[in-house]
Ligand binder design. Structure first.
Ligand SMILES: Cc1cc2nc3c(=O)[nH]c(=O)nc-3n(C[C@H](O)[C@H](O)[C@H](O)COP(=O)(O)OP(=O)(O)OC[C@H]3O[C@@H](n4cnc5c(N)ncnc54)[C@H](O)[C@@H]3O)c2cc1C
Length: 374
């Protein structure tokens, strides 16, 4: 049996970045395991049977303010400039979200200036002394009507609980604007990988020192493996056999469809906060820029059962995670990282940064700039 310096569980961003760095820069031997049949984790994309590039696990838009993360990933892909814009279907209209000047003017038939809108928000916003929940955040900024129309239904569908029961971080992620900026993100770097995410991952992990073991659950093979250290990017509670109980996750069902039309909706993502059981529809060609006579779309149905996608941000879950974290900290040769390993709602760039930070620690280098060098 071959001995490895590292076994890495999970070939998503967290596992693949660490495999790439440890193999290419530190000459370590790696066994990269994933229970899925492919690398890329939730960012995996592929051509469907009609040859349209789709994201198997929902739309992934890359955005970051970190020059180091961008420089690091740029070693493995070229980029396509892409600024994400989302519309929400409300009262029979398609309106920009995050809420901005056009959203309010088009919804109510006003013709506010930015200054007038700021005053309007002040007049309808409900003062909340201690902002704790996702409802508090929105109601205090834009008032109850906009909260009900754009946030309440969407959040209830997405998380299965009322925003008044959810930590403020969920809706704090979405800004409110008094100008006409209709970009979903304002980060400095906003791009899509030119040939897709999977091609980028292939470039990262196709190296002689990295052996891939796909379609394999770590649990099934762990007793047969010989290695020095383990990097674990799966769910931390699963690693410890749920000894304190299960950490709650929200999952999704994806309904992928291909339509015999070239164009389906005006932007890549349209949200449905109030109607239908699905939360949003994504049209991939608008993300990827692909030309094709047909178009592929995906409906997202949130659900409790299924693959763990979103850690549910509630205080009792954070407390349960802290108990697992304590166990994790007692295992010096096992490193927990990534969205599932640290039970945190992270974007891709944050996971890359987290993985690079662990790499720095493992090999004893100081700066992030040094960590991303080729
Ligand atoms: C619907 C959706 C949309 C998103 N959109 C965006 C976006 O637009 N922009 C953005 O920046 N981020 C987005 N994200 C977040 C992004 O997906 C994550 O930040 C990123 O994928 C996390 O990488 P990871 O490596 O931590 O986890 P994952 O990608 O989940 O990888 C973990 C891997 O571990 C494997 N694994 C788990 N347990 C085991 C085991 N026991 N044995 C073997 N393998 C195992 C899993 O199969 C999985 O492949 C989105 C997430 C979702 C769910």
């Amino acid at each position: 049996m071959q001995h490895y310096d590292y076994v890495i569980v999970g070939a998503g961003f967290a596992g693949s970045v660490l495999a790439e760095r440890l193999a290419s820069q530190a000459g370590k031997t790696i066994l990269l395991i994933d229970k899925r049949s492919h690398i890329g984790g939730n960012a995996y994309d592929c051509l469907n049977e009609d040859g349209i590039l789709i994201h198997q696990y929902g739309p992934h838009i890359f955005h970051t303010n970190s020059p180091e993360v961008f420089a690091y990933l740029s070693q493995f892909t070229e980029w396509r400039p892409y600024e994400h814009r989302v519309l929400a279907s409300v009262d029979g209209k398609l309106l920009p979200i995050p809420i901005n000047l056009d959203t309010v003017n088009q919804l109510y038939g006003y013709s506010f200036t930015s200054e007038e809108l700021a005053d309007y928000f002040k007049s309808v916003g409900e003062p909340v002394e201690d902002i704790r929940t996702s409802e508090d955040v929105v109601v205090s900024q834009v008032g109850r009507d906009l909260y009900e129309k754009f946030f309440r239904g969407y959040t209830r569908k997405q998380w299965g609980v009322d925003p008044s029961q959810l930590d403020k971080m969920v809706t704090s992620r979405i800004p409110t604007r008094t100008n006409q900026d209709d970009r979903y993100f304002t980060d400095e770097f906003q791009y899509m990988p030119l040939q897709g995410y999977t091609k980028m991952f292939e470039k990262m992990v196709d190296q002689p020192c990295i052996h891939q073991l796909l379609s394999t659950d770590f649990k099934e093979v762990k007793d047969q493996l010989s290695f020095d250290e383990l990097i674990y990017t799966g769910p931390v509670d699963e690693y410890f056999d749920y000894c304190y109980g299960k950490l709650p996750y929200r999952s999704l069902r994806f309904d992928h469809q291909t339509l015999d039309v070239a164009d389906y909706q005006p932007v890549s993502v349209v949200n449905y906060p109030n109607d239908h059981a699905y939360t949003r529809i994504t049209e991939y060609k608008k993300l990827t820029g692909q030309e094709h006579p047909k178009t592929s779309i995906t409906f997202e149905y949130p659900q409790d059962e299924g693959d763990p996608y979103y850690p549910v941000p509630r205080p009792e879950n954070a407390a349960l995670y802290r108990r697992y974290k304590q166990l994790a900290d007692e295992q010096p040769s096992v490193h927990f990282v990534g969205r599932l390993g640290t039970y945190r709602y992270y974007n891709m760039d944050q996971v890359v940064a987290q993985a690079l930070t662990l790499y720095k620690k493992l090999v004893g280098i100081e700066s992030l700039q040094e960590a991303v060098k080729s």
